[in-house]
Design a protein around this ligand. Structure first.
Ligand SMILES: [Zn+2]
Length: 134
């Protein structure tokens, strides 16, 4: 199971993630973290979705070890990205045109996070917030 724990994020990303959640809450947004760290094996499973005869849509372009979610420090999970979904009326809102996505994205970018829902992102992935390369 991929992790949803803030403690499995990179030490530099943990305070940013907590601040992000705090500011979202203050703005009236209910945000659920769906993934922080995932292992290489879990990443490979995800990569196989929609490929090699597997059904469904492709969900990632990263193989095991290539995703910011797979990052470790001294063998410990230290993901450089987290994924979210806004909860609207108690249910996850997956429709990316809902204004909650733009609101959450703007809050993340104010904190210096690299939000992949922004125009011109390397690829469009609305749930994905990544620690900027320092
Ligand atoms: Zn992600």
């Amino acid at each position: 199971m991929p992790s949803r724990l803030i403690e499995d994020l990179h030490p530099d990303l943990q305070p940013l993630c907590r601040e992000f959640l705090k500011r979202c809450q203050a703005a009236g947004l209910d945000i659920l973290i769906t993934c922080t760290y995932r292992s290489r094996a879990e990443q490979d499973q995800l990569y196989a979705q929609g490929r090699d005869g597997n059904t469904g849509a492709r969900v990632t372009n990263a193989r095991g070890g290539q995703s910011a979610h797979n990052f470790t420090l001294q063998g410990r999970p230290a993901a450089r990205a987290f994924d979210i979904v806004p909860m609207v009326g108690g249910k996850p809102m997956w429709r990316a045109t809902h204004p909650a996505w733009q609101q959450a994205g703007a809050i993340g970018m104010t904190l210096g996070l690299n939000w992949y829902g922004r125009p011109g992102a390397p690829f469009r992935e609305y749930p994905h917030f990544e620690l900027a390369r320092g």
